[in-house]
Each structure stands twice: as structure tokens, then as C-alpha cells.
Ligand binder design. Sequence first.
Ligand SMILES: C[S@@+](CC[C@H](N)C(=O)[O-])C[C@H]1O[C@@H](n2cnc3c(N)ncnc32)[C@H](O)[C@@H]1O
Length: 437
Amino acid sequence: MWPYHPDLLATPVPRYTSFPTAAEFGPLSPDVTRDAIQRAEGDVSLYVHIPFCEKICFYCGCNTGASGRRQRLDSYLAALYREIALTASLLPRHARVRRVSFGGGSPNALDPVDFVRLMDRLTLEFALVDPVLSIELDPRSMTADWAHVIGHVGIERASLGVQTFAPHCQKAIGRVQAEDEIVRAVDWLRDAGVGSMNFDLMYGLPMQTQEDLVDSMHRTRVLGADRVALFGYAHVPHIVKRQAAIDDSQLPDAGARFAMASLGYSYFCTHGYAPVGFDHFAKPGHDPLARAALSGTLRRNFQGFTDDEAPVLIGLGASAISSFPDLLSQNEKNSGRYRMIAGEGRLPVERGIARSDNDRLRASVIEGLLCQQAAWVPPALRAEVSDRLAVFEDRGLAAMQGEHLHITPEGLPYARGIAALFDPYRQQSPRRFSSAI
Ligand SMILES: C[S@@+](CC[C@H](N)C(=O)[O-])C[C@H]1O[C@@H](n2cnc3c(N)ncnc32)[C@H](O)[C@@H]1O
């Protein structure tokens, strides 16, 4: 079990899926993003956001809304097609797209035929070069037709929103799904040729006990998940209004949350999975994510830990974030406004931040600490953080070895807090973030 230092977890910290984080984004002219797309070098990855789910769960912090009326989906897809065409026309001819990820929301809130059209559109507009295709799926809206399309299109990686198998926790978070629905989705996807199956699980849920968590992890393993993402439930009703439906008196306290995170980590590490960063796990051997974690090439992007090494990630769709070496840029979040702007053939960029050399240096330290638990720290940064770092060093959670800072195995649950020492923006407004565990 990990050592518990509540004082080191008291301050909320970002998840650092980017640095600077989205909290630092300000208004950004679409011309800046246009220029970055035109200058793209090397491989390009695409992320396509589908901000719809058939049913909305009240725990969910993702940018999604009820799929509802057919016309809403149609006009969203029409706008997305315009954005796809415009973006592809701006990319240099030599840019090769090696990955396409579909996320949400739940892309399978779309009609499977619409998804085939979307895939066709991407294929026609971009130079897709034997791309790795992945998709997030809601097991409740999986159908045989969807599985057929996934097989036909050649999607190799699927991520299922499982969250918990415990019926009382499911009820408390507004996400009731029978185990049979998950089993059926797994069977369909395996038959369709999906080689890498991820399960998203959560701890820190209302009324969740350690036994509930062990039971969910056990079922996950028995169902053969190749990867697992184990997220601490982030309860931020001041930001995500629908979470107000959750009775916060039923949430486990900080100590119980920490014990669950620790239990989850030791469970997967002793049941056939390699740790990937601090909250992902993958079966070692064939899995590229596990290989990246073991070989030191793991990266972090807006989707979490990844084996994607492409220098450019272009986000398409409402709220999608693009990452270029010197720029982070986010699309309009509101899907109605997105439809209007992209539908008029304009780049639907709303916010972002240019990355200075100093930001990039700090980003590489933060990413190294989270992905490899080690980073080279230049002398000026070492001097800047030394007092605050001593708190972690004194408790054996981090150690300098020459010019490299290492997070010790006991320090893993404090990795985000240690990374935050290098984040100069972090001195203000911590309330925007969730707890570090
Ligand atoms: C982008 S969401 C996609 C949801 C997915 N389509 C589904 O079926 O639920 C990805 C994951 O984020 C996690 N997540 C969502 N809201 C969360 C919250 N408030 N705290 C922690 N994790 C959350 C869930 O594990 C979820 O599966």
C-alpha cells in the first residue's frame, strides 16, 4: 500500500493532459491555428469529438449532451464535414495521418451508417496512411450493426465506459448498465476483430466500498480487458452542473479514496497488468501502451496516457483540442455555436495558448515525471522548486540523482503534485481542479 500524506494531497492539481493546461487558455484567433496547421511537420494524429450520448449520466464531466433529435446530429455532422474539409485543405501535402481516435461523449450515439460516412469523409480528405483507429463506446448503446461497422472499418482499439459493476454505485451516479450489456459488447467487439479493449473504471464513487472496487476489477480482468484506466471520480458540481444530482454525503472521504487508488494499483500490478503512468494499466507483452511504458516512450495527451508519438494532434469537433509544438488550440465548446461557425466554413477555434520555449521546457519536465517518473531538470528550474520539492524529498517520495529528478515508487500517487511544482500558473485558482487522488 502507498504511504498516505493527506497534507500533500490537500491542494487540487491539474491532470496535466497538457502543459500549459486548458485553464490557461485565453481567446485565440483562428488565424493562429490556421497558420499552425499549415506549418505541420511530421506525422499527424486526428481526434474526432462526438459530443452526444444516448443517455446522459449525471457523474460525467465530459463535454456531451443527449443525442435527442435526428436533426441535431445531422447538422452537427454537416458542420464536422466542413471542418474536416477545411482542415485537410490547410495541411501540407506531405502530412501523413497515422492515427484517428473517435471520442466523446459516445461516438456510438451516432447511427452506424453515419459513422461509415464520417470515416469515408476522413479517408477522402486526409492522407490516411495505415492509420491506427480507436473509438470510445458506451456499452448500453452498442448494437450488432455497430460491431459490424467497427469490423468493416478496421477499428483495432475500443474503450468501453464501464465505470463500476456495483448496482448501488451505478444507481448513485445515474449510470445503470447490466453486466450482460458489457459482456455482449465485449463479445461483439472481439468477433469484429478488436485486438485492444480498454475498460474505464472509477473509484471514489458514492457508496463505493473497497469490496465493490475489487469486484469490478475482478470482473474487468475476467472479461479480458487488455487495458484499464482507473479514474478517481472528480466531483466538481460548481463546474459540472449535472453532478449536483449526486449526494456528496455519500462520497468516500479523502482517506478512503486514497486507499481505493492504492488498492487498484496493487490489484492490477499483481494480476497480470503493467502500470502505465499513475492510473492506467495494460497487459505487458503485445500491448503498445504497456510497451511504451516499459521502454520509456510513453506520452501524455488530451486522451490521457498514450503511445502516440506524433508531434501534431488535430482535434475536430466541438471542444476538441489540437496540440502543435508551439500552440494549443481548442474549438468552440458549445455544440450549437460550433455547428454555426464550422457550418459557415470557418475554423471553429475559440481558445488556446501559444507555447513559449520556457513552457515547452516545463512541459517536458511535467510529462517526464508523469510518464517515466523521471525528468532532467535544468539548474534554473531546480533552484526555483528546491524549497517546495524538499517536502517530497524528506518523505522519500522524490529524489534528485545528478540533474535528474526521480519519483520513487512510494511517490507515485503524489506525481501530479510533484509535477505541479514546475507549473508557474498553479499559484492561482486551485478550485478548478480535482483532488490529486
Ligand atoms: C470521455 S468519457 C466517455 C464516456 C463513455 N463514452 C461512456 O460510455 O461512459 C471517458 C471517461 O472519463 C471518465 N469520467 C467521466 N466523468 C468523470 C468524472 N467526473 N470523474 C472521473 N472520471 C470521469 C469515465 O471513466 C469515462 O469513461
